[in-house]
Design a protein. Structure first.
Length: 603
């Protein structure tokens, strides 16, 4: 009888050859991607032979082909059952990686797209054990099956065997038939386990406070936080961030809690991220990637999307070597979506070119902002910028003072794009009030650099309003984080008014008294209820100074239309109609009087 196993079988012992041949007799239950027993048999054979084994299975669960390769590759068979250009082949490929890496390679993803396989699975094999499972699907691109792929993992074997692959395959084909390009399982909520290191010098933030904030970020990104793990260390481990023993404990905890995602509280090096993924068989991201993901969800304007994509690519560029094929995840969950997600498959050269293009586009944005700023200076109004920790209430305060109607939610980074509105102070003087992106501890430097055009509104402001959530248990620590970012922007020396917001949430009024001692001349208020805003406007007026200068104008009757403009930009103290025209004594704030130089009466 002719051997049905493809590839070179020379030198293989008879009983091992029989076990390979016996794979054809296995049937996988309908709708299940693979059984644990089948996967472990493949792991055993791979470990004995140190060769890659590939098994091709149809949707009925029958093995269509078995292929044996040399060390890292197995020949691809010609399999019946491939359908039209709008349908997948109806065949899935399960293959092993003897090197122990359960991550799809570039060859795997090319074969997945080329043969339109239902899915591609890579089992990382190390000493007969399955060390993570990579999983990939063809991603619809503009309603067609092209070269784009969608990758998940590394996953634990338990999660792989329960993965609803058939539902995803059917959803892909339905999207293609309908011409849709939405990525599958886009709205799926991921289960996240948070990990931090308790260092001797954590500034004023304790590990519990830091992980609590990380949990808020994770929830904002759309994850379900199922646990927190912290380890006390003198310094983060260079290979695993936490110790190897803790990593092994994390792997067990992740399996017990059915965790999709490990989120680390500090930025990981590419090597650390790769090592942790290989040891835990879970997807790993850090605080920086999480914040970038939230920004990707929140970006609405073209400018915001450009800035987020630039920050994403600068973050991902050094990780190309570290993550390799894992960077081809498209829409695979938190840390992988956003304006930059379609760029993750390009090589280092093309990413650098895209970064250069984005920086050039943002430079144009910066020039446009400069022109707008110059136009504002032609009608010189003082600029006051709202700064503060994320979710401190800046947007709510802007809405109360200006009726701007900007989005204000009880979420981290609810708004990204700056908004500027005019405010009239109690004395009649006009100012421009600008809302800016919120700050946070460990704010990624990629974001500070990418949002430099936006943050120039802070640098160019005449006065800063530091909005502080005085009801927050870590109000002092949040304030410190804000001043750190202001120092990065070289804006720490600007005049600042501290706004103690959310006093309506305070149960202990002694907190306000303590904060009043810490900050010079603060203003307690509740932006939500509009309480205390009058005091704030009065203080802004005092800090900016009245800026009022008295001038006498003589306007000919032929130019009497100018009178309405004088009344708009100044405060008329006296007005007399004489033989030679209209004589007006007017108080101007700022330099508005320069508009009427032709009518000034010289002293």
């Amino acid at each position: 009888m002719k051997n049905r196993v493809l590839g070179d079988l020379s030198g293989i012992k008879g009983h091992i050859e029989q076990r390979i041949e016996a794979l054809y007799d296995c049937v996988i239950p309908y709708g299940q991607i693979i059984t644990p027993e089948f996967a472990r048999e493949m792991a055993y054979l791979t470990s004995i032979l140190q060769r890659e084994i590939a098994v091709y299975i149809n949707r009925r669960g029958k093995v269509a082909a078995v292929s044996l390769g040399e060390q890292s590759t197995a020949p691809l068979p010609e399999i019946d059952g491939r359908r039209s250009e709008k349908r997948l082949s109806g065949i899935r490929c399960i293959h092993t990686h003897p090197q122990g890496h359960g991550v799809l390679s570039n060859i795997d993803m090319s074969a997945l797209a080329l043969f339109r396989l239902d899915c591609m699975v890579a089992l990382g094999i190390a000493k007969e054990e399955i060390n993570g499972c990579g999983l990939g699907f063809v991603a619809p691109d503009n309603g067609k099956l092209g070269n784009k792929v969608w990758v998940e993992g590394p996953l634990a074997l338990e999660k792989l065997t329960a993965y609803p692959y058939l539902k995803i395959v059917q959803a892909i084909e339905k999207q293609v038939e309908s011409g849709g390009a939405r990525l599958v399982e886009e709205g799926k909520q991921e289960r996240a386990l948070l990990v931090g290191v308790d260092l001797p010098k954590m500034s004023r933030w304790g590990i519990e406070d830091s992980l609590a904030e990380l949990a808020e970020l994770a929830v904002t990104a759309g994850a379900e936080v199922v646990g927190k793990v912290a380890q006390k260390r003198g310094a983060p481990d260079s290979a695993y961030y936490v110790g190897l023993g803790k990593i092994e404990e994390l792997a067990l905890t992740a399996q017990e809690l059915h965790v999709d995602l490990l989120i680390f509280d500090d930025e990981l090096t590419p090597a650390q991220q790769r090592n942790i993924e290989l040891q835990t068989a879970a997807k790993v991201i850090d605080r920086t990637a999480l914040i970038l993901d939230i920004f990707a969800q929140r970006a609405r304007t073209k400018e915001g999307k450009l800035q987020v994509e630039l920050a994403q690519l600068k973050y991902l560029l050094p990780r190309l070597t570290g993550q390799g094929a894992a960077l081809s995840r498209l829409g695979g969950g938190i840390g992988t979506r956003g304006p930059g997600e379609t760029k993750l498959e390009v090589d280092r050269r093309r990413i650098r070119k895209r970064i250069n293009d984005l920086e050039a586009e943002i430079d144009l944005v910066q020039k446009h902002r400069h022109l707008h700023r110059q136009n504002r200076l032609s009608i010189p109004l003082p600029v006051v910028s709202l700064v503060g920790y994320t979710n401190a209430g800046k947007s709510t305060l802007l809405n109360v003072l200006t009726s701007a109607g900007v989005l204000a939610e009880d979420k981290l980074f609810a708004t990204l794009d700056p908004t500027t509105r005019k405010v009239v102070l109690p004395g009649g003087r006009e100012i421009l009030l600008t809302d800016t992106v919120g700050f946070i501890q460990k704010l990624p430097h990629h974001l500070v650099a990418a949002f430099r055009a936006t943050l120039e509104e802070v640098v160019e402001a005449d006065l800063l309003l530091h909005v502080l959530d005085c009801s927050h248990p870590q109000a002092a620590e949040q304030s410190e984080a804000v001043y750190q970012v202001l120092t990065q922007l070289k804006a720490q020396e600007k005049p600042i008014i501290t706004v103690l917001n959310k006093i309506d949430r305070l149960e202990n009024q002694q907190v306000i008294q303590r904060l009043k001692r810490e900050y010079p001349d603060p203003v307690p208020l509740s932006a939500l209820r509009g309480q205390g805003t009058g005091d704030l406007l009065n203080l802004i007026e005092r800090r900016l100074g009245s800026g009022a200068v008295r001038h006498t104008l003589r306007i000919p009757y032929a130019a009497s239309g100018i009178v309405s403009q004088v009344r708009e930009f100044g405060r008329v103290l006296a007005e007399e109609y004489g033989e030679n025209g209209i004589e007006m004594v007017v108080e101007f704030t700022d330099a508005h009087y320069q508009r009427f130089n032709d009518y000034l009466v010289k002293e």
